[in-house]
Design a protein around this ligand. Structure first.
Ligand SMILES: [Mn+2]
Length: 328
């Protein structure tokens, strides 16, 4: 029997729902769905598992995931091996790919990327010709969530926030456990139940816990400069970072907001879409990168962030970097 596998992006609703559409179309078993982010360990886990399992005539869908430069050689090797074995590879993404990785697309039977006006779920629905009313409603919701378009319907915003929180929760575990949790979400969404996440007790409990921790973290916001708000969090406290960053942005009209984990030194930065400021440069100084409006980093230096002194010296460094980059 021909098997269908999916490798999708772990970190957002677009990844969950584009995988769900493949399952709806082909009846894919959730055991065949693997989730990854851009970290080396997870990329190798997901692609490694699938390349072990997929046989001749099977198909592998990769959705909502970019062939980024860092894994270029690895992807060339894995996709090459699959294709030589007679496996079909269909890569459905919307992110822009670096020029050099476009040769990976040539190895695939079909590859879509760089569709800046569509999310991966839009693309999957179109390619697989899925347009029943239930699917169209789901696709529209995911589209708005992926492009951070605030829905006029308040319930819809709450719904996407809730998925965000559940995804953050499953994402905290190692690759194997994360797959198990996120597979359950895919199965749930497939039963036309996207909008029924409100009945989910776990989501409710997590949402409460996350909101409580966000409120505590908002109380302790520090400023590297008037426009740059920084909140220190501890990985031990569960919170939905996207929501925290969004609320920080709305509060006091901060233009640049930053969350820094004092346990891991990992941070996320966001700014206003129309600010014309490129925060990926600030992330690069701190030890990372990303997009002009959303970026992340892992601090290169140990600031001893558990101490007041350490946090102050990081704030000072952020301020200096922002000034030299003309961000404030
Ligand atoms: Mn996406």
């Amino acid at each position: 029997m021909q098997n269908i596998f999916v490798i999708t992006h772990a970190n957002d609703l677009d990844g969950i729902c584009s995988a769900a559409l493949v399952r709806m179309k082909y009846g894919t078993s959730t055991d065949n769905i693997f989730f990854t982010d851009y970290s080396d360990a997870r990329v190798r886990y997901a692609f490694g598992r699938v390349s072990k399992l997929a046989k001749s005539m099977d198909s592998v869908f990769i959705t909502d995931f970019a062939a980024e430069k860092y894994h270029e050689r690895y992807f060339m090797k894995v996709i090459g091996t699959l294709r030589r074995r007679g496996v079909n590879v269909i890569w459905l993404d919307h992110h822009p790919w670096p020029k050099s990785t476009e040769r990976i697309a040539k190895l695939c039977n079909l590859a879509v990327f760089g569709e800046s006006s569509m999310c991966a779920t839009d693309i999957a629905a179109k390619i697989m010709d899925l347009n029943e009313p239930g699917v169209s409603q789901m696709v529209a919701i995911v589209h708005r969530a992926d492009f951070a378009i605030y829905a006029r319907d308040k319930a819809e915003n709450m719904l996407t926030e809730k998925y965000g929180t559940l995804i953050v929760y499953y994402d905290m575990f190692g690759a194997a456990k994360m797959n198990m949790g996120l597979r359950r979400l895919v199965a749930f969404v497939c039963k036309d139940k996207l909008v029924h996440v409100f009945d989910n007790k776990l989501a409710d409990r997590l949402e409460l816990e996350s909101d409580r921790n966000i409120a505590a973290c908002l109380k302790q916001v520090k400023y590297a400069d008037k426009g740059i708000a920084v909140a220190f969090i501890s990985g031990k406290h569960f919170l939905n970072k996207q929501n925290a960053l969004m609320r920080m942005k709305n509060k006091r009209k901060n233009s640049i907001v930053m969350l820094v984990d004092t346990d891991t030194g990992k941070g996320s930065i966001r700014n206003r879409k129309n600010s014309g400021k490129d925060i990926s440069k600030l992330a690069a100084v701190l030890g990372g990168g990303g997009h002009p409006h959303a970026a992340g980093f892992t601090l290169k230096k140990d600031y001893r962030l558990k101490t007041e002194h350490g946090r102050k010296s990081l704030l000072k460094e952020i301020e200096d970097a922002a000034k030299s980059l003309c961000l404030c």
